[in-house]
Design a protein around this ligand. Structure first.
Ligand SMILES: Nc1ncnc2c1ncn2[C@@H]1O[C@H](COP(=O)(O)OP(=O)(O)OP(=O)(O)O)[C@@H](O)[C@H]1O
Ligand SMILES: [Mg+2]
Length: 510
């Protein structure tokens, strides 16, 4: 059967959700032994199609063929038996369990009821070596970084004998180095004659890794191309249906100091000092970009500034007031906004509606609450405005927010935080998971805020984003600010060396 040219085929797939046709007669055939990229704007239906191929959703119409054979997928376990593995956009691991326990979950052993943990550990280590990963099978998943967790997900699929590997936006959360390692693993997998379906919003990656590119828009396949016959500009146009605009230069005069941080030392959950003696000043109308490889203390710094994590040492002044010992709510009331790194855990309440998620704090105050009485009508009206303004793709505002596509979840948080016209916006990976069109829109919105006089602390692992938007760039490495540069004195090699810890300024600039 394995001589069939297509590893997996989706023919005329229709998948509807209340109010949306997520897949509208989609036909795609994935040749064996190749890397296929699936591109498309947020909400185009990419994850839905993959979930159908993985047996997680059953299609309303259409057929699936694996190795040329018609199959009816009723569950992921059936898909796994057919050699299909999937790493989801939002991971599905159990954090308190170890790597080996997570990998073995849901698999059946020949020796049941005896579990061969040691044997599984050996197999995991072998797979890891084969694909160039470094992984400790006994480590608890909660102690692993995002990149390491992703490897566990991949190992889990390989352990179950995947011949077809679906990777839903795997690089959105990876450092450039981890992306290189993932690409090496993808190549090994492909060279063994196996098939990869790769979803990404990063067009340069798609051009580099793919043998073929499928573009979706509004539930339909709109193009199928080879990387040699297209360009990033054309792909962007196919995805969003228009040309992208270059980011304008926005020069503003800086006003008074909005945020002043001095001598800040913050511990991470693991107890290590994630932020060490960090100090900076951020003025009204200024964007301070914190560059650095993920995991160098950026998240902890953002959480400390937002009041979600207590610093061990140091002081934080917001609008001239010492807020070091206050929690998030008073800072929020003073005009601080926060787009957190983990949208599902801290940015949103997943089971509440899209509309309600816009007012998680706001509902307490006028115009939404007067004399203790909630004005539901006012909130509904405002929610519809925000949905339209930020182009949040949702059937209605009353669906639970968790059913939105990854990029649209991010838009809900951004709409809520930016539309408050804050004095300080802490934006951590603000465009993670956003398509190129939505990214452009969010950048415009941030620049609009800057023009208004908002001070922005931009934390991102996307160096391009930092360089395009920031007035001042600070590089964090192992919890410290190792260099500060002005927008116009940036030299890429210099920034790269700072990010890699290969260089640091002797005297810290301010
Ligand atoms: N479980 C669900 N219930 C209701 N609607 C859903 C569900 N899953 C997806 N949708 C809707 O289907 C559409 C397609 O979503 P999908 O997640 O497939 O998009 P995507 O292309 O993966 O986007 P992104 O790039 O943002 O991840 C969206 O409008 C989404 O809101
Ligand atoms: Mg998706």
């Amino acid at each position: 059967m394995k001589d069939h040219p297509y590893a997996i085929e989706a023919v005329n797939i229709v998948k509807k959700f209340p109010g949306v046709v997520a897949n509208d007669h989609v036909t795609v055939r994935f040749e064996r032994g190749r890397v296929h990229s699936l591109l498309g704007e947020n909400g185009a239906g990419k994850s839905t199609l993959m979930n159908v191929l993985y047996g997680l959703y059953s299609a309303d119409e259409g057929d699936i063929f694996v190795d040329g054979k018609h199959v009816r997928l009723k569950s992921p376990s059936q898909a796994i038996r057919l050699g299909i593995g999937m790493v989801h956009q939002h991971f599905m691991l159990v954090p308190p369990l170890s790597v080996v326990e997570n990998v073995m979950l849901g698999t059946r052993s020949k020796h049941e009821p005896i579990l061969d943990i040691e044997g599984a550990c050996r197999k995991i280590s072998e797979l890891a070596r084969e694909y160039g990963f470094d992984i400790d099978p006994k480590a608890k998943v909660m102690t692993l970084s995002v990149g390491q967790r992703q490897r566990v997900e991949i190992i889990k699929a390989l352990y179950r004998g995947a011949e077809i590997l679906i990777l839903d936006e795997p690089t959105a959360v990876l450092t450039p180095q981890e992306t290189r390692e993932l690409f090496a693993m993808i190549s090994t997998f492909k060279n063994q004659g196996k098939t990869v379906i790769f979803i990404s919003h990063k067009l340069n990656e798609v051009m580099e890794i793919s043998d073929s590119i499928v573009v979706m828009r509004q539930g339909k396949v709109v193009a199928r191309l080879a990387p040699q016959e297209t360009s990033q500009v054309e792909l962007a146009r196919l995805m969003v249906g228009r040309d992208l605009k270059p980011i304008p230069e926005v020069n503003t005069r800086f006003g008074e100091t909005v945020l002043e941080v001095s001598g800040l030392t913050v511990r991470a959950d693991t107890g290590v000092r994630a932020v060490r003696d960090v100090g900076f000043e951020l003025k009204s109308g200024m964007i301070l970009g914190i560059a650095g490889v993920d995991g160098n203390g950026q998240t902890e710094l953002a959480e400390a500034v937002a009041g979600m994590r207590k610093p061990e040492v140091g002081r934080i002044f917001f609008k001239g007031k010492d807020v070091t010992n206050t929690g998030p709510l008073p800072r929020y009331q003073m005009g601080m906004a926060h787009v957190p790194a983990d949208r599902m855990a801290t940015g949103l309440l997943p089971t509440m509606s899209v509309g309600e998620n816009f007012f998680l704090q706001e509902f307490r105050y006028p115009p939404y609450c007067k004399k203790g009485i909630l004005d539901i009508g006012a909130m509904k009206k405002r929610a519809d405005e925000l949905i339209a303004e930020y182009d949040v793709r949702t059937p209605t505002q009353s669906v639970p927010v968790k059913v939105l596509s990854g990029g649209n979840l991010q838009k809900v948080i951004l709409a809520r935080e930016i539309s408050r016209n804050p004095s300080l916006l802490i934006a951590v990976h603000p465009t993670r998971g956003l398509d190129v069109g939505a990214t452009e829109y969010v950048h415009e919105k941030m620049l609009e805020q800057k023009k208004r006089g908002c001070a922005i602390l931009l934390i991102s692992t996307e160096l391009d984003e930092i360089l395009e938007l920031s007035d001042v760039i600070a590089v964090m490495y192992e919890g410290e600010i190792v260099g500060v540069r002005n927008r116009h004195e940036v030299d890429l090699e210099d920034i790269g060396l700072l990010m890699a810890g290969a260089k640091r300024d002797v005297t810290k600039a301010s």
